[in-house]
Write a protein that binds this ligand. Structure first.
Ligand code: SME
Length: 158
């Protein structure tokens, strides 16, 4: 039926707005961060159709792969290395429009074309990990992603 046809494309912001309350409901009554990180990855991978979504956690002076969704990824990243290690070192979000133009980018998959990495802070403002989202298209991430992904990771209490 004609009224069933959706002709207008839903924007990225609308998708995040729809997804955020679902993710909040998933994690707010659960204290276990591993379980919550795992569900955040699954919700974003399938809700936003990202190529790879995952956490790296600081363990003994390295980032070690945590919960993720997507193809297998490198397990350890040193401080200052790649986008993840740089985000950890600088304590800031990094948006990469084209991974081939980021010096030292760590290519876990040749299909990954752009990415955003956000630091994860504990209550004392120490970086305890990073959250990495990859796209198989160039230039996928902007301030809208930064805003909503930050809202999502701030649901976690470290
Ligand atoms: N590309 C990242 C490594 C992690 S993977 O993309 C999953 C980086 O340069 O830090």
């Amino acid at each position: 039926m004609a009224e069933d046809l959706k002709l207008t494309a839903i924007t990225k912001e609308e998708k995040y707005k729809e997804l955020f309350p679902q993710i909040k409901a998933l994690v707010e009554d659960e204290k276990d961060n591993i379980a919550n990180m795992a569900n955040i990855c699954a919700a974003l991978k399938f809700g936003m159709n990202f190529f790879w979504v995952g956490f790296y956690l600081v363990r003994n002076e390295q980032l070690v792969l945590g919960p993720f969704q997507g193809p297998v990824a490198c397990t350890r990243i040193n401080l200052g290395k790649g986008v993840c290690g740089s985000s950890w070192q600088k304590k800031e979000t990094i948006i990469v429009e084209d991974v081939e133009k980021f010096p030292g980018h760590i290519a876990c998959s040749s299909l990954s074309k752009s990415e955003i990495v956000l630091p994860l802070f504990d209550s004392q403002k120490n970086v305890i990990g990073v959250f990495d989202v990859d796209s198989d298209e160039l230039n996928s991430f902007d301030k809208t992603d930064e805003l909503y992904l930050n809202k999502i990771i701030n649901l976690l209490k470290f």
